[in-house]
Ligand binder design. Structure first.
Ligand SMILES: Nc1ncnc2c1ncn2[C@@H]1O[C@H](COP(=O)(O)OP(=O)(O)OP(=O)(O)O)[C@@H](O)[C@H]1O
Ligand SMILES: [Mg+2]
Length: 281
């Protein structure tokens, strides 16, 4: 449903050029979650922003992004505005800075519906309540009147997902949407994303540096290193038989995080390791 072909995005920095994305190709099918993984700075967000042309004009973007038989990179701004948020939506890492603190939750969802779908106040409000129910906010009829600070971090991220779903998009880009949340809430948000994918048959590009998340929710994975694709394949296959040392390293990080080596009692006096391998006790 979305095909990225030979995408390159370069930023100018003084006299030098940063090749943030360098000749990247992959595709995402309907009803599929594709994981885009790589270390910090590997170009994941730049790919997401390039798809929606949310890139500074000074950057150079080349290649093709095919969606519904059109190359998004060649569309004029008014056509892109119609696509952004209505056919292709994006959710970001940090819900705390994405919501407007002076507007109610209901107003923020309704704003999208009025803009993209031409709904009147009442229609938009009713639909906002329905959308809050879809993302499992209880007492949604009352909660639409709340301001963001009255919602927990996990609830704010659900609101962001409700806004992303407001116009029934076909494609969703999620850029590390659970990073700012604690582990239990992370798991709930991931479950919600998978559920919504099934309900609406969405294609999803899920960006993360966490192979644990990839293992849980992605059917296929594209591994990026320094702006290039180093490996691509079905999740199970990449996990059981990673071909590249870089991918092996990312997977190994996960093993260390989830199964920290038990220190030898005789040598270390029974130390307990924290999740990042440091000793806690
Ligand atoms: N607007 C910009 N101007 C100049 N350089 C940029 C810009 N945006 C990104 N870059 C550079 O492009 C490279 C890729 O950055 P990007 O944000 O895509 O990485 P990422 O994989 O999303 O990292 P993270 O996991 O930390 O979010 C980095 O070297 C970054 O400094
Ligand atoms: Mg990023």
């Amino acid at each position: 449903m979305l095909e990225v072909k030979n995408l390159s995005t370069y930023f100018k920095q003084g006299d030098s050029t940063v090749k943030a994305v360098d000749n990247v190709s992959f595709s995402v099918a309907k009803g599929e979650i594709l994981g885009l993984v790589g270390e910090s700075g590997s170009g994941k967000s730049t790919i997401a922003h390039s798809i929606l042309k949310l890139i500074p004009a000074s950057a150079s973007v080349s290649g093709e992004i095919i969606f519904e038989n059109r190359n998004l990179l060649q569309l004029a701004e008014p056509e892109l505005i119609k696509i952004r948020g209505s056919k292709i939506s994006m959710i970001f890492q940090d819900p705390f800075t994405s919501l407007n603190p002076v507007l109610t939750i209901g107003e923020q969802i309704a704003e999208v519906l009025r803009f993209h779908q031409g709904m009147n106040r009442q229609q938009a409000r009713d639909r906002a309540i329905e959308l809050l129910e879809t993302v499992r906010i209880r007492n949604s009829g009352l909660r639409v009147r709340d301001y963001p600070h009255q919602f927990s971090g996990g609830m704010q991220q659900r609101v962001m997902i409700a806004i992303a779903l407001a116009c029934e998009p076909e494609f969703l880009i999620a850029d590390e949407p659970t990073t700012a949340l604690d582990v239990t809430i992370q798991a709930e948000i991931l479950r919600l994303i998978v559920e919504l994918k099934e309900k609406f048959n969405l294609g999803i590009m899920y960006i993360t540096h966490n192979f644990g998340i990839v293992k849980n929710i992605c059917q296929r994975v594209v591994v990026l290193n320094k702006g290039r694709v180093v490996e691509e394949g079905e999740t199970g296959q990449i996990f059981s038989n990673p071909q590249q040392a870089y991918t092996q390293r990312l997977i190994e990080c996960l093993r260390v995080l989830t199964h920290p080596p038990t220190p030898s009692l005789s040598k270390r006096g029974g130390g307990v390791l924290s999740a990042d391998g440091g000793e806690l006790l």
